[in-house]
Ligand binder design. Structure first.
Ligand SMILES: [Zn+2]
Ligand SMILES: [Zn+2]
Length: 306
């Protein structure tokens, strides 16, 4: 199997030059793992790149998960090339209607954030900005869903890796895996940290782990570094909540430089992440919420995977 990494830039309005890693996997089938954000510029870029590789006649666009920065350019490719767009069933509602998915996600955060001391006005501003961006970028696509899948006579398959999203998968090719945003060098956004720890464990058996952003490929020690990062974040949360703390206080202690003057939408991911840490610790019996404040009972995490 031939693997070609394609760095698809973020459109300029999203800034920060982070971009999405897509991967062209060629054997019996031509498979594109993930795509990137849709924009006129990116359409020209991906077309030119795939044509240059002799792979404009794609068979399949296989998504590691249902986030916009992985699927939205894929919906353009699906229409233009006729390739089959595939996503795990648990993330399929994101392709069906990203705006409603996004609104539901936001409402959950909003409730916790207001209770946790954030200014409803600033959060409302963030909601408007993010929801309008999500609705501009979401375009209906024809797609197929799977819970298990195997392609090219078993040469390509998927393992379920929930944690970043419920429907995140790793695309397995030999001793390599394409993991989307389950593992990114340094840190990654999590929805469910317990699932995430289990999924990281599963990634350790692979020789090469190809992530959806930043440096690629990663190896086992990068996965272990990510686990340690989460454990130290959890311990920081335990420390901050020792005498009781609001969600806002937890966010500020985890993310230096975060304050209420921050561009409102930049607060949302840190809030989301802090909520995931607190929920994990609550489920493990390490913290408890009383009257809108979080209180911890211990200082150390013995093992990330119970
Ligand atoms: Zn993602
Ligand atoms: Zn991503």
């Amino acid at each position: 199997m031939k693997i070609t990494q394609i760095k698809v830039p973020f459109p300029i309005e999203y800034g920060r030059g982070r971009g999405t890693n897509a991967y062209l996997v060629e054997g019996e089938l031509k498979i594109l793992v993930d795509s990137g954000l849709d924009s006129e510029e990116n359409r020209r870029f991906i077309r030119k790149t795939l044509e240059g590789e002799g792979a404009w006649d794609l068979d399949i666009i296989l998504l590691t998960h249902g986030h916009l920065d992985h699927f939205s350019l894929g919906t353009y490719l699906q229409r233009e090339t006729g390739a089959t767009l595939m996503v795990h069933e648990a993330d399929s509602e994101m392709l069906a209607d990203y705006s409603s998915h996004f609104s539901r996600w936001f409402e959950e955060i909003y409730e916790h954030a207001v209770e946790g001391g954030f200014d409803p006005g600033i959060l409302g501003e963030a909601r408007l900005k993010l929801i309008s961006a999500a609705s501009i970028l979401s375009r209906s696509a024809s797609y197929e869903t799977f819970t298990e899948m195997s392609l090219a006579g078993g040469a390509v398959s998927a393992i379920h890796l929930p944690g970043h999203t419920d429907g995140s998968v790793g695309v397995v090719v030999g001793d390599s895996v394409f993991c989307g945003d389950v593992a990114i060098e340094g840190s990654t956004a999590v929805r469910d940290l317990k699932d995430e720890f289990n999924s990281l464990e599963k990634l350790k058996v692979f020789n090469k782990v190809y992530p959806g952003h930043e440096r690629s490929p990663l190896v086992r020690k990068d996965i272990e570094a990510l686990e340690s990062h989460f454990v130290s974040r959890l311990e920081e949360v335990l420390r901050v909540t020792k005498g009781g703390a609001t969600l806002k206080e937890v966010v500020i202690s985890l993310y230096e430089g975060i304050n209420s003057d921050q561009a409102s939408y930049r607060l949302i991911l840190p809030i989301n992440q802090a909520i995931a840490y607190l929920k994990y610790l609550e489920a493990e019996g390490f913290v408890e919420k009383k009257g809108g404040r979080w209180h911890s009972f211990r200082e150390r995490i013995s093992s990330p995977v119970a």
